[in-house]
Design a protein around this ligand. Structure first.
Ligand code: HEM
Length: 448
């Protein structure tokens, strides 16, 4: 029986070898207890450095990896301890040197994938068909990850990506669905709503793909003709990892990473398409700084403040994980005058924070608000934490930010966009904040 079937805890926890004795709650019964108070200023460096190149490193060498949990640690979607000392909320950057070189070394791969995205869109534009932005970006993110881990493209056409995307979205939906079994643990065996059964089924379909890839690699290694220098090889050389763990780790990364990048980019495009002034400004900035019709390079990123502001503003209004991952209080704690009893689960409603009175004209898409501001998304500024904060901040943040810059910047600079029909900005709420209606737009290539 697969690891996924053995455990009946929340979906991703299954993948991460959860301790059988660990609490088995999932998202559903969390109390919407959301103490929000603007924190006293946290020392925070101005962002005139070459952000995001000097992001804190991924958490691999942290005392707990988050990606490689030790036995007994809970996985990604189970409640995390609710830390209360300010130091627990501070970023890891103080204690760890940035590991930007690691990300820099895979720059060529991102450039290749970006060019494939632009070529796909150009081809679609030549056939006078609208582009489904989220789907096109999803394919790019999937293939980027699959190349990083397995050295191959998982998908060759944007059409074929649909089923895989559906599976990822379904997994996120099921993980966020209220589950009776969390209120009445005795029901866990029965799985009254079938949530666990369905999620196991979805996960198994994805795991099946990865299992085939891992086994092919093991065969190559046996024949001593494996020339790949990728994450899979590194993991296979690590004693702590075995094929099952690698398959589950890959599943975690694919589920946690790909759809969030796609949905953030889709929201950014949706907002810009609604907002001619912001669209023109973003395009103008790129035309002036990198030249008309050219794709964005990673070395351009620090030179595009308006693009940077557009991405932050998108995160403020449309955080891809609107309630983060739930926290659980290990003891009675007081935060901002609210008492949170031991064992309580806490949602951090970043969606509501993004639209609260902390912001002027909070419901208006206005990237300019970030131009002279130190607020960033790296977990220092509690008014904007789309990646979470503290020890469990998203380990994919540096990669996600680079991908968003490259893709959004290049889509804007290389094409002019026209909506297929009037934009519907409705949201579909769950663990992930998706657009209810996909953004479908006609692209017209910009000539250099
Ligand atoms: C726009 C893109 C992304 C957004 C908005 C995002 C957001 C988040 C958030 C909010 C969390 C929970 C943090 C918390 O509760 O404090 C998280 C966790 C996580 N993210 Fe991301 N993420 C993105 C991209 C990625 C990518 C590209 C990867 C990897 C390839 C990734 C891997 C993970 C993993 C493994 C976790 C669980 C970490 C843990 O449990 O310690 N994410 N992400």
């Amino acid at each position: 029986m697969s690891q996924t079937k053995q455990n009946d805890v929340g979906f991703l926890s299954c993948l991460l070898h959860v301790d059988e004795d660990a609490p088995r709650e999932s998202w559903c019964h969390m109390k919407p207890l959301i103490p929000w108070k603007k924190p006293s200023p946290v020392p925070h460096k101005p962002s005139q450095d070459s952000w995001p190149y000097n992001e804190p490193q991924a958490r691999a060498s942290h005392h707990h990896s988050g990606v490689f949990p030790r036995n007994g640690q809970r996985g990604a979607l189970n409640p995390r301890p609710l830390f209360v000392q300010p130091s627990h909320f501070s970023s890891r950057s103080g204690s760890q040197p940035p590991r930007q070189q690691t990300l820099d070394s895979s720059q060529d791969l991102r450039r290749t994938k970006l060019h494939q995205l632009l070529t796909d869109i150009h081809h679609t534009s030549l056939s006078a068909q609208p582009v489904d932005i989220a789907r096109a970006v999803f394919k790019t993110s999937i293939n980027l990850l699959s190349n990083t881990i397995f050295s191959l493209d998982l998908f060759h056409s944007t059409d074929s990506v649909g089923d895989f995307k559906d599976l990822v979205v379904k997994i996120m939906e099921e993980s966020g669905r209220p589950n009776l079994a969390d209120f009445f643990p005795a029901l866990k065996i029965i799985d009254p709503q079938g949530i666990k059964t369905r999620n196991t089924g979805h996960a198994d379909k994805i795991i099946h793909i990865f299992r085939r890839l891992v086994h092919q690699r093991l065969e190559l290694r046996q024949l001593q003709c494996d020339r790949n220098n990728d994450m899979q090889n590194t993991l296979l050389n690590t004693h702590e990892m075995n094929p099952t763990k690698i398959e589950h780790l890959a599943l975690t990364l694919f589920v946690a990473g790909t759809d969030r990048i796609a949905s953030t980019l889709e929201w950014a495009m949706a907002e810009l398409l609604q907002n001619e002034k912001a669209m023109t400004k973003a395009k103008q900035e790129m035309e002036e700084i990198i030249g008309r019709g050219k794709p964005v390079e990673e070395s351009d990123i620090g030179r595009l403040p308006y693009l940077h502001a557009v991405i932050k503003e998108t995160f403020r209004l449309h955080p891809a994980v609107p309630f983060l991952v739930p926290r659980k209080a290990n003891a009675d704690v007081e935060i901002g005058g609210y008492t949170i009893p031991k064992e309580a689960h806490v949602f951090v409603n970043v969606w509501a924070i993004g639209r609260s009175a902390v912001w002027t004209n909070a419901n208006v898409f206005f990237p300019e608000r970030f131009l002279e501001s130190d607020v960033d998304v790296k977990g220092h500024s509690y008014e904007l934490t789309p990646f979470g904060a503290g020890r469990r901040i998203c380990p994919g943040l540096p990669l996600a930010m680079r991908m968003l810059y490259l893709m959004l910047g290049s889509l804007l600079n290389c094409f002019n966009w026209k909506l297929e029909r009037a934009m519907n900005m409705d949201e579909s709420f769950g663990i992930a904040l998706a657009k209810a209606q996909p953004v479908r737009v006609f692209a017209e290539k910009v000539t250099c």
